[in-house]
Design a protein around this ligand. Sequence first.
Ligand code: SF4
Length: 446
Amino acid sequence: MEGIERENGCFHTFCPIASVAWLHRKIKDSFFLIVGTHTCAHFIQTALDVMVYAHSRFGFAVLEESDLVAASPTEELAKVVEDVKAEWQPKVIFLLSTCSCDILKLDLENSSKDLSSRFGFPVVPVHTSGLDRTFTQGEDAVLHALLPFVPREAPKAPKAEVVEEKKRSWFSFGKDEGSKASAPASPQRNLVLVGAVTDSTTQQLQWELKQLGLDKVDVFPSGDIKNMPVINENTVIAPLQPYLSDTLATLRRERGAKVLTTLLPIGPDGTARFLEAICAEFGLDASRVAEREAQTWSGLESQLALLRGKRIMFLGDNLLEIPLARFLAACGAEVVEAGTPYVHAKDLSEEIARLREKAVPVIESPNFAAQVERIDRLRPDLIVAGLGICNPLEAAGYTTAWSIEFTFAQIHGFVNAIDLIKLFIKPLLKRQALLDQGWAEAGWIS
Ligand code: SF4
């Protein structure tokens, strides 16, 4: 695609099983069972240690040597599912596959079907191997696996309501109300926000949309597997995250839903264009949005002063790089490179167009060795990168921000714009404080 360069490098990022960190909180009464080796278990323990000790709703079925020769993993998994059921009474278990499952060709699809019928609740297979995906794509895999639980039609009205409706139409026979009631109902369009953000973030977006005249806004995933929103050809999908391409493609193809292609609601500019696109789709007056955007920008003025002119580089990690780079460019920063593991060009076409307007270089699948040379040449003021790369960069004298923080923080909508901008400001202020205290002269930072 025009404006995107591809380098075919390897990416350095967490693997998709890390997505259980936020998904197990979002989908209530669920349990995430990861089928993998001790390596995967160590990774989760190290990466999500606090949550592991908090006895969270995820666990491991560790593959042992005996499993390598077993015809099917079902019997061993059944014992684990039995324990999980006794302790948690989940409404759904997500069975997450790992690299080892891929390499050993374990058939978790069939095991899941078998376990579902044995235990009487859904056991859903999810492909989350770290061989070819970044960690945020774990969310895409889980949402995609949830689609069979998303109804195409709203449940029929209870009988009592149908009787009442009949009575109303009988007694108003010949009157205006009666003729309206007997007219064929036009299909109602519904809006569904897609993405596993926190409840408070969805409530803020729902509040903004209510002020604009849209009272009913559904969310996928909802917290309850038995209460997922209706999605069909009358549905407008508003994506909240840039890494949901499989889920969005299936909703387009199999449900006929309309997926909005606009900016993501990240930063005041993205949130404003997002709300305006929804208003245009539903025929609502969007004039209030510009005022909300201006208010939000003016509330960020002191932070913007610190960001303007700063040279910022994304090495590529969590797939949020494209909307974050667009937000930074709108803040007046100079994004010297927006590296990202993948670019989903169709879903992000508006975001990429904005970056092209600002002449921001977008590098898909960047080559790390080439990036290191560019870092030395471009000398950015701030580098946003994965955890493992930040420490060596700091040791080499660069200021860094952990990209994973943007995954876990609340960064969507007008209200959260202040938290978003602070994630960029904090490392810059920290460095300035160290310089002010004479750390450079002492040789402790360069
Ligand atoms: S799934 Fe693969 S990448 Fe992820 S922790 Fe396990 S071995 Fe590592």
